[in-house]
Design a protein around this ligand. Structure first.
Ligand SMILES: [Zn+2]
Length: 331
């Protein structure tokens, strides 16, 4: 009696040859390097008022750039301008659906300027001054707000990733009365507790969500490592030659050794070239370093519709260089 059909033998051979799933691929299993940029959710859909209006943020401009430069990651910044309905916006939801159809990965980043909009507890700097635009992450009110709104964001948009901006795990960055009294706030332990809670509650809503921050622990504990999926250090392109001087490489190789198996995607912060003297080539050098020493990059402050940036940077050159990087895959 033939016990196995040929089909079964082939199936068995294939099944046995499949390597075990790597633990590091927990999140999305994506290995393609990420090439992305942030969009300001509140300004999405804004057309220039007249020929002199420098600011536009049309869906058409984004979709065209995404197509031409083969962008595969869009990081949506909330909430700019949608604070009353925070975080829901039908326009943003529809844009995200279109991105997903194109297999573009979507992350959402917050808080940022939420401190003022929602009157969350503020940080106090080393000189005892209240910093209006920075939230104190150690306070229960802030933490509850972050978790509740994280859940609402996930329910509204089902993004692939969620990044907390400005959260620095190591502690000691805030000098408010509450942080001064709290040993765990200074050591960073309370940040770890918060992030573990954040991870647990967000995964209950969307089990496959990737979570990350723009800050990190100097020596992450095993627990902390388990909760973090994305590490996005802020790399500011303040000066010409910044990437070439090896600063991006140094930052990324250091983080890579501490955060093995995590998505390491630097948040490349651009400013108007006229404010920083940085050139188109500096922007592209940072992107290349992100691909070489990390898992990609995303630009902040770069928007294909912004005429301001078109004045300062060579948009066509950036578009074609990004397409070249997409074709090259790695390095
Ligand atoms: Zn504080």
């Amino acid at each position: 009696m033939r016990f196995f059909s040929l089909g079964m033998v082939v199936w068995l051979a294939v099944a046995l040859s499949v390597p075990p799933r790597a633990a590091a691929q927990k999140a999305t299993g994506r290995v393609e390097p990420l090439r992305g940029y942030t969009i300001m959710a509140g300004a999405l859909g804004r057309a220039p008022k007249d020929a002199k209006d420098m600011w536009s943020n049309t869906v058409a401009a984004h979709l065209s750039f995404i197509e031409k430069a083969r962008i595969n990651l869009v990081v949506v910044e909330l909430p700019y301008g949608i604070s009353k309905r925070y975080p829901k916006s039908a326009r943003v939801a529809s844009f995200i659906r279109r991105l997903k159809k194109k297999s573009v990965q979507v992350w959402v980043i917050y808080p940022h300027v939420l401190a003022q909009t929602f009157d969350l507890p503020r940080q106090v700097d080393g000189d005892g001054k209240r910093v209006e635009w920075k939230v104190c992450f150690n306070r229960k009110k802030t933490q509850d707000w972050l978790v509740d709104n994280g859940k609402r964001i996930v329910e509204a948009y089902a993004p692939d990733g969620l990044l907390l901006f400005g959260l620095f795990h190591k502690g000691g960055s805030c000098h408010c009365d509450s942080c001064k009294k709290d040993k765990d706030a200074r050591s960073g332990k309370s940040m770890e507790r918060f992030f573990l809670r954040f991870s647990k509650e967000l995964h209950e809503v969307q089990p496959k969500i990737n979570l990350g921050t723009t800050g990190f622990w100097a020596r992450p504990s095993r627990k902390a490592l388990g909760a973090v999926d994305i590490v996005s250090p802020v790399v500011g392109i303040f000066r010409p030659g910044y990437a070439k001087a090896g600063r991006v490489k140094k930052e990324l190789t250091g983080l890579r050794s501490r955060y093995k198996g995590k998505l390491l995607v630097p948040y490349v912060k651009l400013f108007l070239a006229s404010q920083t003297d940085s050139k188109t080539e500096d922007v592209l050098a940072a992107a290349r370093e992100g691909l070489r020493y990390g898992d990609g990059f995303f630009f902040w402050g770069y928007n294909p519709g912004h005429q301001y940036l078109r004045q300062d940077y060579d948009h066509e050159k950036i578009e074609s260089a990004l397409l070249g990087l997409a074709k090259n895959k790695r390095k």
